[in-house]
Design a protein around this ligand. Structure first.
Ligand code: PBG
Length: 330
């Protein structure tokens, strides 16, 4: 392996760091706009976009500004958009009914974006109930207040059908219910949507870094998600979730959050033959923006470094709220 000059003073690794051109040439990891997927929020009943305080630069879109964000993403070379719907507060109920209403905000937004950009973006929808339930959980509850796995699966099957009908190319189940990928695949196939793909949130950890997302979707979660999202202490468990999702028919798999779980991302990437995505979540975004605002960190460099690390760890695609900005910069 090592050459005659394998040791100092012959060996000087700094030779390959001497100029920007040299560093560019030998870079092992390159971010490309097509790696990136933009998560976007659309809120019902507003006429101006509403800024999300804990995510400076991110807004709850109106239907119109969402269309524009999709067009901007296309022109920047971003590959996909992941849509989250924020319904009017009064429309939330225990079953998350508006999540399966063909005229619910998420379905309306899917149709809007599909008609605006067609197939120029991969249009994805978060498939979960938490944006639509009044209790903020990702599923329906049993009478004693626990999240009912199997009853929730029926809701997810219905959601998959309405989202695909509305124009989603890809549905992304994020609720961590057991068996969700299987029932969604069957529901899609049964409804004539065999070509609609599933990006499974495969390893999804219960995380404090989702904090700003609650503001983004106006959710007031009662309790926590620890009975369905994974415990951050566990790594092997993700390989089990992975095996199940693949067996159930996942076309692509995701690890989430990204930065505190890069080891999981590496484990998953090394053991699959399907595309692997990672989600740089709201709290990861907020940390960098907040530190930069205080002048404690070089914002642009930190963003690129974080994204490069996620790709280096094994992500082929990265969901990031900076997608359009970064794609333009690359
Ligand atoms: C569930 C969902 C969440 C996120 C994406 N899909 C919230 C959660 O699981 O608690 C979080 C994304 C982020 O924090 O940026 N609908």
């Amino acid at each position: 392996m090592s050459s005659t000059y394998g040791r100092f003073p012959g060996a000087r690794p700094r030779r390959l760091r001497t100029t920007p051109a040299m560093r560019r040439m030998v870079a092992e990891t390159r971010l490309h706009p097509a790696d990136l997927i933009l998560p976007a929020f659309v809120r019902e009943g507003i006429s101006e976009p509403v800024p999300i305080g804990s995510m400076p630069g991110v807004v709850q879109h109106t239907r119109d500004t969402l269309r524009k964000a999709a067009v901007d993403a296309v022109s920047a070379g971003v590959s996909g958009i992941m849509l989250f719907g924020v319904p009017e507060e009064a429309k939330k109920d225990a079953a998350g009914t508006v999540g399966t209403d063909p005229d619910g905000i998420l379905q309306v937004a899917l149709r809007d974006v599909r008609s605006e950009v067609g197939d120029d973006l991969v249009i994805m929808s978060d498939l979960c109930l938490d944006e639509f339930t009044d209790h903020g959980h990702c599923g329906v509850l049993t009478p004693d207040g626990r999240v009912d796995n199997d009853a929730t699966l029926e809701r997810y099957a219905e959601m998959a059908r309405v989202q695909a009908d509305a124009g989603a190319h890809t549905v992304a189940p994020s609720g961590m219910m057991d068996g969700q990928v299987r029932v969604i695949r069957e529901a899609l196939d049964g409804a004539g949507h065999a070509d609609v793909s599933i990006l499974a949130y495969t390893a999804k950890y219960a995380s404090a870094f989702y904090g700003p997302f609650r503001e983004a979707v106006g959710s007031s979660l009662q309790g926590d998600r620890k009975t369905y999202q994974q415990d951050g202490a566990n790594a092997r468990e993700s390989l089990r979730e992975l095996a199940l999702d693949l067996e159930e028919g996942a076309d692509m798999v995701m690890v989430k959050p990204a930065m505190p779980y890069l080891d999981i991302l590496r484990d998953v990437a090394e053991s699959v033959d399907v595309p692997v995505a990672a989600y740089q979540i709201s709290g990861e975004y907020a940390m960098i923006e907040a530190a930069a605002e205080k002048g404690w960190i070089d914002r642009d460099a930190a963003i690129l470094e974080a994204l490069t690390g996620i790709k280096r760890a094994g992500a082929q695609n990265i969901l990031t709220y900076w997608a359009t900005e970064v794609a333009r910069r690359l």
